[in-house]
Design a protein around this ligand. Structure first.
Ligand code: NI
Length: 175
């Protein structure tokens, strides 16, 4: 008897939940671990390489990431209460997308390497030095916990165009 994982519906722009600041997690228990597993399942199903709890409507500071390549063994990572403790002056640019802003991609510049303090799925304190795609993905997801989206890092003109497009699509769906 395993506990079945559940794919959760994703919160999509312009849902105001995406602008909410998520609350710190006080206790790592089996309910939280189940939430982490559901988040991973939802992320793999999408498919995506990162997901913050707020993207399934849960305003708590937890995110999941897997930046392994297609065909490689899965490397699921769970970050609870992640905190950036250092970041490099060197910056890198990646084309980013977001499961909450489907089918939109834009280049974003961020610090190339960062140090992140967090609790893992077992509630153990960890410190990770991340670079490359993992560094970018971690920063993108930690932004979500603060109500920040990757489109906040692009030009205002482009951002307003994207928001307008998604607002229009949401309205059309509501009719
Ligand atoms: Ni995102």
């Amino acid at each position: 008897m395993g506990t079945a994982m559940t794919i959760k519906p994703l919160i999509i722009l312009p849902d105001p939940l995406l602008r909410q600041v998520s609350k710190p997690i006080e206790r790592v228990d089996s309910d939280l671990q189940r939430l982490a597993d559901d988040m991973l399942e939802t992320m793999y199903d999408a498919p995506g390489i990162g997901l913050a709890a707020i993207q399934i409507g849960v305003p708590r500071r937890m995110l999941v990431i897997d930046v392994s390549r297609e065909g490689e063994e899965k490397q699921p990572l769970v970050f609870i209460n992640p905190e950036v403790v250092k970041s490099s002056d060197e910056r890198s640019v990646y084309e980013e997308g977001c499961l909450s802003i489907p089918d939109y991609y834009a280049e974003v510049e961020r610090p190339a390497t960062i140090g992140v303090k967090y609790l893992d799925r077992d509630g153990k304190e960890q410190l990770i030095d991340a670079d490359g795609l993992l560094a970018t993905c971690l920063q993108h997801e930690i932004d979500h916990l603060n109500g920040v989206l990757f489109i906040d890092h692009i030009s205002r003109l482009k951002r307003e165009m994207v928001i307008k497009k998604f607002a229009k699509a949401a309205k059309a769906k509501a009719i």
